[in-house]
Ligand binder design. Structure first.
Ligand SMILES: [Zn+2]
Length: 464
């Protein structure tokens, strides 16, 4: 007990000594430790995520849930004490999944099996009766082209390209296979395919199919596209080896409805010295419909809202205006990103200019640093803060890509930054039904919130 009292007395002495006589580096590290301390001991952000995931749930752009989420965002930002909360209007696509998708393998030797599938976002449906056809398995677009119209016409093409597990950073593995989901239908339709079934873009072996966006081309016939779980992709591969004549029945009822009005939501604390200079940070509010959009990207939304709460709670008055941007429609067509970029340039921007934009959309896992898309001088400046950030695991401050919601700001010369997290588990959940609140660790998520708040605070103090 005495020891404890002595310890806390000494801690107070050290705190006061640093606060009143320490170097600016010491004072900075003290402020940053206060930011992390508050974030790790407050559960507002976690409760916000719980509400977004459990009370609102999956919220694809154009859906009633996405509109509920817009209203919720406005309320949360107002309650946090933002000086200004407003919306930016935009039009979004409105695609609906329809009834539960059916995919049944029928084989004379292997029997009948239902596969775990989901329609890929933006796909047309098969029609009420569904489609029955033989299946041609291909590894990639090269193999598809080699087989050509003779082998492909009238069949369902099965793209079975596993994500490469040898990459350390899993986004690279995803980057290597997402193209089959996005462009598989167009490529297969060129050779007369009736539909495509695509192995899910994930490294995990389970029964969850992963959706995501796909694109059609104006000049190519539209055909339905579904994603299949990795376990069932392995099964289908085996069944085809022993019975190449098996057939697949597919039924999906998804459809595209007329576009609807939606919004980005913005909340600000006005700068005390340079209110026209903005530090923006955000995540995207929309999510795929089959999960709760927890890691992708409810996390990003609540983490960036949390930055405002932290500034308020700690009585930090920023010199520049700090702005949370809750982006709409990252998943389908990035209209929110385009709308925001429009507002950041003349004439809409008026006298305001951005000094930095930060995005968080890589899941609520332990942060490892920031990826910086900026000039060498700006990268160098951020790297000078390394000793302040390393105690919180932020060891990687490298030049690299930022994120889908802020990349449209690049032509304006704005430094772009992304929060980087440990990527090992992200694609276990991304775009799947298991991207749910219970998969989120509160501490890991809050380390991310505090990381962004600390970076915003440093940029506000020293500029970029
Ligand atoms: Zn996302």
């Amino acid at each position: 007990m005495i020891m404890h009292t002595l310890k806390s007395f000494l801690a107070t002495v050290v705190f006061l000594a640093l606060a009143f006589s320490g170097s600016s580096q010491d004072k900075d590290s003290l402020t940053i430790s206060t930011i992390f301390g508050n974030a790790l001991s407050d559960n507002t952000a976690f409760h916000n995520l719980e509400y977004l995931c459990k009370k609102i749930g999956g919220r694809l752009c154009g859906s009633p849930q996405s509109m509920q989420a817009v209203k919720w965002s406005e309320t949360v930002l107002k309650n946090m004490g933002a000086d200004t909360v407003y919306k930016q209007e935009l039009k979004v696509r409105h695609w609906e999944r329809g009834e539960k998708e059916i995919a049944t393998v029928r084989s004379k030797t292997k029997g009948s099996h239902d596969l775990h599938v989901c329609a890929i976002g933006g796909s047309i449906g098969t029609g009420e009766k569904g489609i029955t056809a033989n299946v041609v398995e291909v590894k990639d677009f090269e193999e598809l082209a080699k087989l050509g119209i003779k082998e492909i016409e009238g069949k369902i093409v099965f793209f079975d390209h596993p994500a490469d597990p040898t990459y350390y950073y899993t986004f690279n593995a995803y980057g290597g296979v997402a193209k089959f989901r996005v462009f598989g239908a167009v490529q297969a339709a060129r050779f007369g395919a009736l539909a495509v079934i695509v192995r899910s873009a994930t490294l995990s072996h389970d029964d969850y199919p992963h959706t995501g966006v796909m694109h059609y081309a104006d000049t190519v016939k539209q055909i339905p596209a579904v994603a299949v779980s990795t376990n069932d992709a392995d099964n289908l591969d085996q069944w085809l080896k022993s019975d190449p004549g098996l057939s697949l029945y597919l039924r999906t009822t998804c459809k595209e409805l007329p576009e609807v009005t939606s919004y980005n939501v913005i909340g600000e604390i006005r700068g005390t010295e340079k209110p026209d200079e903005i530090i923006a940070f955000g995540g995207h509010l929309d999510s795929w419909d089959i999960g709760e959009g927890a890691h992708d990207d409810g996390i990003g939304v609540v983490q960036t809202m949390e930055v405002l709460r932290l500034f308020k709670a700690l009585g930090i008055k920023p010199k520049h205006t700090i702005r949370v941007v809750v982006f709409m429609d990252e998943e389908m067509a990035q209209r929110g990103a385009a709308r925001y970029a429009e507002s950041a340039k003349p004439p809409e921007a008026g006298k305001t200019k951005h000094i930095a934009a930060i995005e968080t959309d890589r899941g609520g896992f332990t942060p490892t640093g920031f990826s910086i898309d900026a000039s060498p001088e700006q990268v160098k400046k951020i790297r000078e803060w390394k000793s302040l950030l390393i105690p919180y695991g932020l060891y990687s401050l490298e030049k690299g890509g930022s994120g889908v919601d802020i990349r449209d700001l690049k032509p304006l010369g704005i430094p772009l930054i992304a929060l980087v997290t440990d990527s090992q588990r992200y694609f276990d959940y991304q775009h799947a039904a298991n991207d749910t609140f219970d998969k989120v660790n509160e501490r890991e998520m809050q380390l991310g919130s505090a990381s962004i708040a600390a970076l915003v605070w440093l940029i506000d103090k020293y500029g970029l």
